[in-house]
Design a protein around this ligand. Structure first.
Ligand SMILES: Nc1ncnc2c1ncn2[C@@H]1O[C@H](COP(=O)(O)OP(=O)(O)OP(=O)(O)O)[C@@H](O)[C@H]1O
Length: 307
């Protein structure tokens, strides 16, 4: 069954969100009419270059930054302070106390969320064990490596069955094993219907993990959809593998040779007709080992839309 059909939760949505910093001639529209969904039960990646407006958008969704206009909805209704208290949030500025033991700090944060002391302690210990930090529970946060501090931070966000997760760069600085552990944890939350929105600069990771992604550029959404639907928007290229040299492909009408390496050509064709003529010419010249469309990678699409 797809995550959509098992999800019982409620989705997040932002509508026409705007945030202007400063005023007059120096005003910056950091978030400029941003609208998108982070559906219940799905991982949504929030991608964009430095200064694109991701952090500001997430802060407005969490109510820690006031919007100039626009709104955030949860389950189709304007989000309330009470809703937000049930959300897990990993802010850009992190915010752990460096000189407090890990266990005490996480239990304290869980108690602030209304989780009873005994339950909080058991849940924290369970999460610490799962993320390989069981033996670090009594250490001060500042004694941990940055990657381990990041793990503690994610535990702080996911404790107490949050109804939505908004995570600013949760994977930055993590090694691949830590990323996998974190992803497993997030998947447990999506599978009980929670919308998870996370920002990232790591496109390979976003492509691998996300059911949806939203690409922001200079405060505006420039692409929004499933990785496959975004890939379909990109220019489709064809890979042609011949038995002999592929240099002649350069002279074909309606064919742009992106790269030719010996018998392998990567081409863009203007239309189906040009593709048929190319394949016909290739067959006339001898063996064709491969002629297949090449889906652009998310990195290529990202370069196209966010450049
Ligand atoms: N408090 C603030 N006062 C003035 N300008 C701000 C403030 N916060 C953010 N900005 C500006 O708003 C724009 C968007 O910043 P934001 O941090 O939201 O982007 P981001 O996509 O999260 O970037 P990064 O990936 O670098 O963290 C930037 O130009 C930034 O300088």
């Amino acid at each position: 069954m797809s995550p959509m059909s098992t999800a019982q939760g409620e989705g997040l949505e932002v509508r026409s969100l705007v945030r202007v910093f400063g005023s007059g001639g120096t005003a910056v529209r950091a978030v400029d009419d941003v609208s998108f969904h982070a559906p219940a039960g799905l991982l949504t990646g929030f991608v964009g270059g430095n200064g694109a407006g991701k952090t500001s958008t997430m802060r407005m969704m969490m109510g820690v930054l006031a919007p100039s206009s626009g709104e955030t909805l949860f389950g189709g209704r304007p989000v309330t302070a009470a809703d937000r208290r049930t959300f897990g949030y990993m802010p850009e500025e992190r915010g752990l106390y460096p000189k407090q033991p890990v266990l005490d700090q996480l239990v304290y944060l869980a108690r602030l969320r209304g989780i009873p002391a005994a339950t909080a302690r058991a849940e924290v210990l369970d999460h610490l064990a799962r993320l390989g930090l069981a033996d670090r529970a009594r250490e001060h946060v500042e004694k941990l490596s940055l990657g381990n501090q990041q793990r503690v931070q994610i535990i702080a966000a996911v404790m107490g069955s949050p109804r939505a997760l908004i995570l600013d760069e949760p994977f930055s600085g993590l090694d691949p094993a830590a990323v996998d552990g974190m992803v497993d944890l997030l998947r447990e939350h999506t599978s009980r219907g929670v919308p998870v929105l996370f920002s990232s600069h790591q496109l390979d990771l976003v492509e691998r993990l996300c059911e949806r992604l939203v690409i922001l550029r200079q405060g505006k959404v420039v692409a929004d959809g499933t990785p496959a639907s975004l890939a379909a928007r990109g220019v489709v290229r064809h890979r042609l593998v011949l038995s002999g040299d592929a240099g002649w492909v350069r002279g074909m009408d309606g064919v742009h040779a992106v790269d030719i390496d010996g018998s392998v050509a990567l081409v863009e064709v203007s239309d189906d007709d040009a593709a048929r003529r190319l394949l016909g010419a290739a067959l006339d010249r001898g063996g064709v080992h491969e002629f297949s469309p090449v889906r652009p990678s998310l990195t290529e699409i990202y370069r196209e839309v966010a450049a």
